[in-house]
Design a protein around this ligand. Structure first.
Ligand code: FES
Length: 118
């Protein structure tokens, strides 16, 4: 399999329903991942452009359900199945859905800088 241009890591971590931290699975991420995989396949993006996969906790539980978009280096939060077409439309255009992007100030500290190439 070739390396895809983008990897969408959908957190499917599940905590007990009464856990105060909540969890992405409790918030619907398993159905979101299924919808994302299906849409990626139907659009013919699966083999070269986009890989959608499940992940453990991404530590942004407060905006569940969450997706880490790599190597682009940002997170989507409060994502629903209805957002899937917009997310993929933006991805193939090299854009992102700004209303779903988790802002840096919602994290405890600034992101770690990417290492320069070479
Ligand atoms: S449970 Fe999904 S980010 Fe923590």
């Amino acid at each position: 399999m070739p390396q895809r241009k983008h990897y969408l890591f959908v957190c499917t971590n599940r905590r007990p329903d009464d856990n105060p931290k909540g969890s992405c699975a409790f918030s619907g991420s398993e159905a979101l991942l299924d919808a994302l995989k299906q849409a990626v396949f139907e659009r013919g993006l699966a083999k070269t452009e986009v890989r959608a996969c499940g992940s453990t906790c991404l530590d942004v539980c407060h905006v569940a359900p969450t997706i880490a978009v790599e190597p682009d280096g940002f997170f989507y939060g409060h994502v629903t199945k209805d957002d899937v077409p917009e997310i993929l439309d933006a991805l193939v255009r090299g854009e992102r859905v700004e209303r779903l992007v988790v802002p840096h100030d919602e994290f405890d500290s600034a992101p770690v800088a990417k290492k320069p190439k070479g």
